[in-house]
Write a protein that binds this ligand. Structure first.
Ligand SMILES: Cc1cc2nc3c(=O)[nH]c(=O)nc-3n(C[C@H](O)[C@H](O)[C@H](O)COP(=O)(O)OP(=O)(O)OC[C@H]3O[C@@H](n4cnc5c(N)ncnc54)[C@H](O)[C@@H]3O)c2cc1C
Length: 189
């Protein structure tokens, strides 16, 4: 049985593929790459990273689709990469009354799964393998955007992992209709 979260270190055959993204110019030397399959995996990975004093000068980064042109994910000072590409489900969340597209889902997943099963579509970019984690947080612009706006305009809620006191990671759900302004995904201006 596989231990969770999955950690891929330098001796693992997968390491060389997982320490780089789409832009082959940037190749990191992390201690290991976490292949997260749930938000709880991310909490554990972040907790382990911040608990290790050896990481004080190194960054923890997250990758969804790996399409970053820059070295935001794979740079020289990266200690651990959290890869969430396995979190790629698309489903209806009755509690939110909204569709959930997990961060590791790509434009391909959102189009083929969301549209075919519901008739709905996001105005996402035309590159099929861009991940929603980076795409939505960057705005997201595609063929439907002149009419329907950016991908991020359709963001209702996000589940994020933060570190409150430099050592304790926690999951928080921020949503557009939260009564608490600090937990709203969009602020009134
Ligand atoms: C070939 C190509 C075509 C493209 N076409 C388009 C297009 O048509 N329209 C458009 O708008 N953009 C386009 N882009 C740009 C693309 O939307 C951005 O590069 C986007 O940030 C990539 O997201 P990713 O998850 O694939 O990349 P990643 O490399 O995984 O992540 C990009 C950034 O987002 C952060 N990030 C990723 N996942 C998460 C997460 N779960 N939580 C928090 N932060 C996260 C990363 O740390 C990094 O800083 C294109 C890029 C490429 C390479």
């Amino acid at each position: 049985m596989t231990a969770h979260p999955i950690e891929v270190g330098p001796k693992d055959a997968r390491y060389d593929a997982l320490r780089r993204g789409f832009n082959q110019r940037w190749i990191a030397d992390p201690a290991y790459v976490v292949v997260a399959t749930s938000a709880d995996d991310v909490v554990k990975a972040v907790g382990k990273f911040v608990a290790d004093p050896a990481n004080s000068q190194r960054r923890i980064t997250v990758r969804s689709g790996g399409h970053c042109y820059e070295n935001f994910v794979s740079s020289a000072n990266v200690g651990v990469i959290i890869d969430v590409s396995q979190m790629n489900r698309v489903y209806y969340d009755p509690e939110m009354s909204a569709y959930c597209i997990e961060a590791g889902a790509t434009n391909w997943h959102s189009t083929t799964q969301l549209y075919r099963s519901t008739g709905l579509a996001l105005p996402g970019g035309s590159c099929y393998s861009v991940g929603l984690g980076g795409h939505v947080s960057g705005g997201g612009y595609g063929l439907l955007s002149r009419y329907f706006g950016l991908t991020v305009d359709y963001l209702h809620a996000v589940e994020v992992v933060t570190v409150a006191d430099s050592r304790t990671p926690k999951k928080t759900v921020a949503r557009k209709d939260s009564a608490d302004e600090a937990l709203r995904t969009s602020r009134r201006t």
